[in-house]
Structure formats: C-alpha cells, structure tokens
Design a protein. Structure first.
Ligand code: C5P
Length: 291
C-alpha cells in the first residue's frame, strides 16, 4: 500500500463499538501461493467485512452455556465443538457465562460465519471475564485472527498474518449462497496448482466501487475452479451475478459476491436473483462499511 493510504487507515479508530457483532467475511481476492509442510496452504488475500452478520450476547451465569437462535440456527452444533464454546474455553477453561448466538449467516459457506462468531466471543468474553486476548487464536481456525478486527485486511501466511489496509471504498454488493455446504478441505484437495502468483506487492488506492471492481477483476480466487468441481451449482451462482461489475466466490465457497456501482443496482440484482431462485440465500450488503 502507498504510505498515504496506510497512514490514513492507522488513524481510524478501531471499530470496536459493537464487539458482539460477527460480520460476514468476504475474500475479495484469494491467491493460493504455496503449501506448508503440514499441508496448510499459503494465501495472499484481500479481506473485507460486511454490514451483515451474526450477533453474540453474553450474560452472567453459573456455568458456560450456548443457545443458538435466529434464521440460520438450524444445524449449528451447540456442543463443545462449537467454535464459540471453544473460543470461550481458550480464554478461560473455568469461565462461566450464558452465551446467545443469533445466527444470520449460512454455515460452511466461505464467509467466515464460525470464525467471526469465535472472534466475537473472544472480544465479548475477554471484557466480560477481564481476561487478556489469548496469543494463539489461530488454534481455533486459520480465519479467526483476521476476524478480530473488522477493517479491510491483506491476509498472508495461512490466514494468521494480516495487515490493515486503507484505500478501499465502501462496496455495494450482493451475497448469494445456493444452500450447498462446502467442506474447505475438499476444495483445497481439488487444487491442481498450488504455486500461484500473489497480488502485486503494493495495492493501489481505489477511490470508487467501479475502480475497485476493475482492479479486482485482474486478481483471482484460486479456489473458485476447485470449488466449482466440488459443487457445480457455484457456476450457476456466478452466472446469476453476471450483471455485476465483478462476480467472484468468497473463501472456499459456496457463497459468491457481486460488486455494483450503487446500492440501487445491488438491490435490483438481488430482487431478480431471489425471484428466479427462491431457495437461495440472497442479501444486499455494504462491504467495507464506513470505509
Ligand atoms: O483452520 P481451519 O480449521 O479453518 O481449516 C480447515 C481446513 O482447511 C484445514 O484442515 C485445511 O485442510 C484447509 N486449509 C488449508 N489452508 C489454509 C486454511 C485451511 O489447507 N490456509
């Protein structure tokens, strides 16, 4: 990033006014650049968050418990393997609290629902229990560290290394998920090339959604092809977003995003897609809100 942009982003106060909000994570780009000896993949990814997400609340109680509510609650595990409970246990193995997770994001969908929930649990419970943030939150999942801060980030390593970036506008967008859960390891396993080019070392300042879409179009999500092989319906989702300035898959799928010049364009596209495919999850969002 040019120094100007980096400086501006550092001056912005950390957006932690609402620590229980667990926003959707969107990979605007996801370049797979290599593989570590342990099998994890090296990434170079530009990540933003949406103004749509899950919501966590905590209340004092005598034991640790988790209740899942909301439109996407069905099928979310509530046992000890739930990332929210694992996050709580990482913070304090003895801690007690009644946690409610109001679920609005589809699970196993490439938009970081579980990771963002875990990050929100860490933010909320570290305050509630007055505990410091644990050192190795990536033990909960490679995407959890980046979800601790909702600002735009360039993510490296296997996801645990990130740098806040400026120079990106608010992006009117549509998120579309066809309702097919996609297992991340299956998508990585389908990759034929793992030594792809990273993004350019310096990200330009992108002043408008149009400029952002144009620059992003020259970048990639290297998991798109493998994910389409695992779940061919992803091609249909990308086709349905065909009128967007840019249509791309997020993470390992199946959720795809379309970028538009104006919120009205995004709303029109979302209405049309929701009408044609009533079974799909279709949402109008702003990515990188209050940029
Ligand atoms: O860290 P997390 O549990 O989210 O990762 C799920 C799986 O995704 C890993 O077991 C691995 O197969 C794959 N993965 C990867 N490279 C990454 C992140 C995840 O290969 N950077």
């Amino acid at each position: 990033l040019p120094r100007r942009a980096r400086h501006r982003s550092m001056l912005r106060p950390m957006a932690d006014a609402d620590p229980g909000f667990a926003p959707a994570k969107v990979n605007l780009t996801l370049h797979v650049t290599g593989r570590r000896a342990d099998g994890y993949h090296l990434l170079d990814s530009l990540v933003v968050f949406a103004d749509l997400g899950d919501r966590l609340t905590v209340a004092a109680d005598e034991a640790l418990s988790l209740r899942v509510t909301g439109p996407m609650a069905a099928g979310v595990p509530t046992g000890a393997d739930n990332l929210v409970l694992r996050a709580a246990r990482l913070l304090d193995p003895e801690g007690a609290a009644r946690i409610t997770l109001d679920k609005h994001l589809p699970a196993a969908a490439g938009i970081g629902g579980g990771s963002s929930d875990a990050a929100a649990a860490l933010r909320l419970l570290s305050r509630h229990w007055k505990r410091p943030m644990p050192d190795r939150v990536e033990a909960l999942g490679a995407d959890v560290p980046m979800c601790l801060d909702p600002r735009a980030q360039r993510v490296g390593g296997i996801g645990e290394r990130s740098m806040i970036v400026g120079g990106l506008p608010e992006l009117p967008a549509v998120l579309v998920n066809p309702g097919a859960p996609v297992a991340t390891p299956a998508v990585f396993a389908r990759m034929t090339r793992r030594d792809n080019a990273p993004m350019p070392p310096e990200l330009p300042v992108l002043a408008t959604p149009g400029a952002a879409a144009e620059w992003l179009a020259a970048q990639r999500n290297d998991l798109e092809g493998p994910a389409c092989a695992v779940a061919p319906v992803i091609r249909d989702v990308l086709d349905a977003l065909g009128d967007a300035r840019l249509a791309r898959m997020s993470g390992s799928g199946a959720t795809c995003f379309g970028l538009y010049d104006r919120p009205d364009d995004a709303r029109a596209a979302a209405d049309r897609i929701a009408q044609t495919e009533p079974g799909w999850w279709v949402r109008v969002v702003t990515l990188n809100p209050s940029a």
